[in-house]
Design a protein around this ligand. Sequence first.
Ligand code: HEC
Ligand code: HEC
Length: 385
Amino acid sequence: MNRQNAWRICGATRTMTFGLFAIMMSFCGDAAAQTAPSESREDQPAETVFKNIQALKGIRARDLQGAMSFIASSLNVDCDYCHRQDFSKDVTKEKLRAREMIRMVRQINEEAFHGENKVNCFTCHQGHTDPTSLAPIVPRASRKPGAEAAPAATEKPAAAPLQSVAKVLDHYVQALGGQAALDGVKSRIIRTEALNGENSESKTVLYQKAPGKVLLVWGSPSYTLWVGSNGKHAWAQDSEKSYWGLLNTPQRNSIMRDSESYAGSRIESQYSNVKVKGIEKIGEHATYVVSGTSPEGTSEDFYFDMQTGLLLRRHVEEQTIFGGFQVQADFEDYREVGGTKMPFVVRWSSPGNAWGTKVSSKVVDVQQNEPIEDAKFEGPPAKSR
Ligand code: HEC
Ligand code: HEC
């Protein structure tokens, strides 16, 4: 695969999910000619995996992706604000400036904050390339007494007692159709396409088969990626035949969570520190917020509608070298399919919709309890496909 292709793939991944993106990143570096990245490759220093790392020397290769998403979202720009075709070349003055800024941030934290990550790009930039250094004037007339305090107060509905995690999840399972109905779904094939306005031609087909078998086929007209698991190991392959490999544990877990049939229903067994942390409103809906920590260290919140019991939102905070980076999914348009309910629209958002976030999609077709051969989940399809 030459550079051109590498760029094309990297272009295609603009809209790819975080988990998938992490895999792609392995050949967006100079890994093009290589095959599967081993676990150790990702743990190597970024400067040995990528070509031109100067300011970020010492971070792990796998942390580069999060760092770049963080930077782009802090300035509210796309990758091409600093990069052209080859990510390693220094062709824009913005990239050079950014390198100075990275050094500055590391130095500030080192010298003024005892090495803690207190200052990052967002501290100053707040979603602009050119930070403002002038405090804004707030016209007096528009300032009603107590105006600041008011919005926060209306966020919280009148104090209702918190439920236990078990009760909230039980309500959710009931709302989806009940455990018996859910157990009755032995396999599913879900076809989705990007929501209008997502500027993406991506389509996905998700094959699920109990217990724990998953195959996600992600495709645009020019590119296809298969990511699957037979319940034991997970693997990925793409149509450029440039990649074939087993995924490491964090990649596998994150993909398995994202392609779960009933998002959040197994939060108690999959996460630690699970608790109902409060009540918050999403639009008109009061929700119980159930929080937990994933094995990969992401902090996640699940928002369950107090009335209907359904999951309305999943909020994920990923850790980057600069600080937290938040991504959120909103689940909408629940419909009944064969006695169980599922959201037909999943809307992903993140600050500035920086690259690496997931694409919002709508379900176009669902088939349930159709036979799917086990072989489909065993490993990458033959390379000729
Ligand atoms: C504000 C500028 C800026 C933005 C926006 C930006 N980067 Fe970077 N990027 C840099 C700088 C600076 C470096 C070099 C870091 C160093 O010297 O340690 C870099 C390095 C990289 C590298 C390593 C290339 C190599 O082989 O040396 C990759 C890959 C990369 N960026 C990908 C991305 C992606 C993907 C995005 C979009 C999410 C992005 N960058 C957004 C400034 C930026
Ligand atoms: C202490 C505040 C501060 C922090 C922290 C900070 N910046 Fe800046 N940055 C500025 C200021 C102020 C400017 C504008 C300077 C000027 O006008 O010459 C700027 C300018 C820039 C520019 C040039 C913008 C342009 O269009 O010319 C880039 C790129 C940039 N910063 C990237 C970053 C990145 C990436 C980080 C985090 C690693 C970061 N900055 C952190 C204050 C900050």
